[in-house]
Design a protein around this ligand. Structure first.
Ligand SMILES: C[S@@+](CC[C@H](N)C(=O)[O-])C[C@H]1O[C@@H](n2cnc3c(N)ncnc32)[C@H](O)[C@@H]1O
Length: 348
């Protein structure tokens, strides 16, 4: 553990008693079903929600899910409802106090969801080395507002890849910066707490994913972050935002060419359409031609039973806007900018 880890552990340990910082829930992105589940999560858990957008992977009933940097457990308890009694969710966090909060609320959520046995488990641990967890033991891994705090991100991406089964999905909601952190601020630990130092640039996410073997990420959401007046002078013109990205671990032999794909409408709570990313929403029964990269994902992951695929050589839907800052600018110019998730450098 480095000085940065110790500092962050102490900051987050103190949030279990202090609670003086608020993150907005990204409700503009959530379905009515998810909003209903969030409304049933214990208020003391949600009071300590410090995420940058709840990430809710579809079609996870019966699956085993890991939340890296679970904090007070908001996302773990939400996902523990979505995976149902036959699935399970594991939460790992650096802060012993927040893990204790999670353990204290397990029985409340077990009973709230109507399960005989709890389907959650929590560990104190470091995302850079989760040696207590076995190779290829998770179908889906999520993380919300955490990779931006990790000093050695290559180790955490490698750990996520190691823990993921072939065909598994890494769904990251995180903070990104548009430009590198000013060198003179890098040694000041308080800037780590605000993710000023540790936020990746969007291109760094693409290379981090590629370097360990994940598919290129698909951008699923953006949420604005403001910078307080006092921080603006230290960070002139520097922009941050929250973005959701999904990427996959595909086994060997998964490559394939473009395909005409038709969504079958069989994912629970997504019967009429399935929003893949900010560029593409599959409508039930409507064929779309996708490029080989996306066809390979749809054919080799848990989504394989949700699509009919026919090989094609026709013009394909290819990846479009992937830069979250460009996408946020596009939304803003259309008058659709979502509300701010939080303000860097402000304590409420
Ligand atoms: C911004 S909070 C987000 C918490 C939670 N995901 C949520 O949405 O409420 C960041 C969390 O990451 C944890 N964390 C920071 N660095 C970590 C690391 N290296 N390994 C595991 N957890 C870490 C902190 O203790 C804290 O709970």
């Amino acid at each position: 553990m480095s000085e940065i880890h110790d500092f962050l552990r102490d900051c987050y340990d103190s949030t279990s008693v202090k609670c003086d910082f608020i993150c907005a829930v990204n409700d503009w992105n959530l379905t009515p079903n998810i909003k209903n589940i969030v409304s049933q999560i214990h208020p003391e858990t949600m009071k300590r929600y410090y995420g940058c957008g709840l990430n809710t992977p579809e079609g996870i009933e019966g699956k085993r899910v890991l939340d890296i940097g679970c904090g007070s457990g908001s996302l773990v308890f939400l996902l523990s409802k979505l995976v149902g009694p036959t699935g399970s969710v594991v939460g790992v966090d650096l802060s012993p106090n927040l893990i204790a909060e999670c353990v204290n609320r397990e029985d409340y959520h077990r009973s709230r969801w109507g399960y005989d046995k709890k389907n959650t488990e929590f560990f104190v641990g470091n995302a850079e080395n989760m040696s207590q967890l076995k190779d290829q033991s998770f179908d889906v891994i999520v993380s919300n507002g955490v990779f931006c705090l990790i000093p050695d991100k290559s180790k955490s991406f490698a750990e996520a890849y190691r823990l993921m089964k072939d065909g598994g999905e890494l769904y990251l909601n995180d903070i990104y910066a548009e430009t590198p952190a000013p060198a003179e601020l890098r040694d000041d630990l308080k800037f780590w707490d605000w993710a000023v130092t540790g936020s990746q640039l969007p291109d760094e996410l693409l290379s981090s994913a590629k370097d360990v073997g994940f598919s290129p990420p698909y951008l699923t959401s953006v949420g604005p972050i403001d910078v307080s007046d006092s921080f603006k002078t230290l960070l002139p013109g520097r922009r941050y935002l929250c973005a959701g990205n999904r990427m996959f671990r595909l086994g060997s032999g998964s490559d394939r060419g473009p395909a005409s794909v038709t969504y079958k409408g069989n994912i629970k709570n997504h019967e009429s359409e399935f929003k893949w990313d900010v560029n593409l929403t599959f409508k039930t029964g409507e064929a779309v031609t996708v490029d080989g990269a996306l066809a390979a994902i749809l054919a080799n992951t848990r989504y394989r039973d949700s699509f009919d695929l026919q090989d094609t050589s026709g013009p394909a839907e290819t990846r479009r806007c992937q830069n979250p800052f460009a996408y946020l600018d596009q939304l803003s110019s259309q008058g659709k900018r979502p509300r701010c998730i939080f303000t860097v450098g402000v304590y409420l």
